[in-house]
Design a protein around this ligand. Structure first.
Ligand SMILES: C[S@@+](CC[C@H](N)C(=O)[O-])C[C@H]1O[C@@H](n2cnc3c(N)ncnc32)[C@H](O)[C@@H]1O
Length: 487
């Protein structure tokens, strides 16, 4: 498997009836030559198996059966797993997942950007062909290849495969992130009613939650009757939200991807304009709390920090390969760390002895430069800086700001919650830029109409958490909500 994004899910109890594993793929995911070579080799093997069966040569039959499996693996499964993730395909994966969830007979599924493997149990009258036809008609927009790879599996094999889907496949994009259960996804939603009310949710209104997370904001939007398109780049968050929001599955669409591409992702789904967009920027509590995600200096874990586990560069990659000056710039710009140069120098000295691979190893190195003062751990600012760099958080926010308005209908609302001054500054500046009727150059002759004028400020001052919210959730203390409305 490559680093392509995948999703895998187990959806029901271990089967009792006849089970099939069905691999479907998008038209064009395999070339015509690949398909012909596979089908010819398969036809030949099937003919030899038929002969062996007629002759009662059981040993030979079993060996040929193994060869058939191996052929499918090499000619179909491996090339599909290596299929490059394209934005469009990722959204199709999300759409297919949402639809599959509703189909009867599904035990588990595993999705890559251009293929879907489903484990199904046949019960009742329906045969496998009828079931496949039913699914094909349930997902007409996906244009699945008409020749799926169908394999009967024993109950034991089915149970084993289902178990492997309950976690995620170990070598794919969901690295380590599939082991949590949605009930373990504890994220206390910040400014929940303030942010959601700002988007005026109601039946018939279409809202985008650009940072789905555990689904806290989306849930309230859905409760109020809106249709929600939830985007998240973290497969663990998508899984948790899908589970929590299952009662609203008919009005919820989960899209895998980065909100920097929100316009493209949604247009690929046929959505041109929406009534509101919310972004609750930053990381979720489970991302920090799970040591395996590598965000926290308080727990030993791999130095990772990727919200999207399939992203190309982890924190360890940056720490072990970036030039000293680049490291210092990251720590200074994103962490406002005054000792940035000294820390960068020490990191470079230490990595020359041995690679820096864990969170606590890096935290200890930073602590040798900066002695602890007060309550804050000396690594706090450096970890924040690295996280922002790994996930290009400010770049993604800028891209969302630049494209968000184009997605909104007239009167549509754009609401953003930020958690630190770098983000809030970017939002404030952009909102200011697009809500001024005139260019702010008093030295120019009037009139000075602002070509970017496209919205009005809904919040002149940012909305912050109430005393009651702060008492219940201290993490809300730095949250700021700003809202504009498209003219
Ligand atoms: C603060 S949490 C959102 C919590 C959510 N509002 C709730 O109440 O459950 C932020 C989420 O946004 C996701 N995220 C952050 N930056 C993103 C980006 N550029 N593209 C897509 N998802 C992103 C993170 O993976 C995380 O799940």
């Amino acid at each position: 498997m490559t680093g392509a994004a995948t999703e895998s899910h187990a959806t029901a109890a271990i089967p009792a009836g006849t089970c099939y594993k069905v691999l479907m793929w998008e038209e064009g995911a395999l070339s015509a030559e690949q398909l012909t070579a596979w089908q010819n080799a398969r036809r030949e093997l099937l003919a030899r198996m038929r002969d062996a069966g007629i002759k009662g040569a059981r040993g030979n039959l079993a060996r040929l059966g193994e060869e058939l499996r191996e052929l499918s693996q090499q000619a179909v499964v491996a090339p599909l797993d290596a299929c490059a993730p394209a934005g469009l395909s990722l959204t199709r994966v999300g759409a297919l997942a949402a639809k599959l969830q509703r189909e009867e007979g599904l035990l588990a599924y595993r999705l890559t950007p251009c293929s879907a493997t489903v484990l199904v149990e046949l019960t009742g009258e329906e045969g496998i062909d009828a079931m496949m036809a039913r699914w094909a008609s349930a997902t007409p927009e996906l244009q699945w290849c008409s020749t799926p790879l169908v394999e009967a599996v024993s109950a034991a094999e089915a149970a084993e495969w289902q178990e492997s889907c309950r976690c995620t496949s170990a070598d794919n994009a969901d690295t380590g992130a599939g082991e949590e259960d949605a009930t373990e996804f504890h994220h206390v939603t910040v400014l929940r009613s303030e942010a959601v009310e700002a988007l005026q949710p109601a039946e018939g209104r279409v809202l985008v939650d650009a940072t789905l997370g555990g689904g806290g904001h989306s849930e309230l939007m859905l409760e109020k009757g809106a249709t929600v398109w939830g985007i998240d780049q973290d497969p663990a968050a998508r899984r948790a939200a899908r589970k929590r929001l299952a009662p609203y599955a008919d009005r919820l669409h989960i899209v895998a991807g980065n909100f920097r591409n929100a316009a493209g992702l949604l247009r690929a789904e046929g959505l041109e304009t929406v009534d509101g967009i919310l972004a609750d920027i930053g990381i979720s509590s489970p991302q920090v709390d799970q040591a395996a995600r590598g965000f926290s200096f308080l727990a030993e874990g791999p130095l990772d920090m990727r919200m999207n586990p399939a992203a190309p560069r982890s924190a360890a990659d940056i720490v072990n390969t970036a030039a000293e000056s680049e490291l210092a710039d990251i720590l200074w710009q994103y962490g406002e760390e005054r000792a940035s140069r000294a820390i960068a120098r020490r990191i470079v000295q230490e990595r020359a002895k041995a690679p820096i691979t864990t969170t606590t190893q890096l935290a200890d190195i930073i602590a040798t430069v900066l002695p602890r003062k007060g309550k804050q751990h000396p690594a706090t600012r450096s970890f924040q800086a690295l996280r922002i760099a790994v996930n290009d958080e400010l770049g993604a926010l800028d891209a969302l700001l630049e494209t968000g308005l184009s997605l909104l209908k007239s009167g549509g609302r754009f609401a953003i919650i930020t958690f630190h001054s770098l983000e809030d500054r970017a939002v404030k500046r952009y909102f200011d830029r697009v809500t001024r009727p005139e260019i702010d150059r008093p030295e120019w002759p009037a009139p000075r109409p602002n070509p970017e004028y496209a919205a009005r400020l809904v919040t002149r001052k940012p909305i912050v958490a109430s005393e009651a919210e702060l008492a219940a959730n201290p993490r809300a203390r730095s949250a700021k909500l700003r809202v504009i409305e498209k003219l």
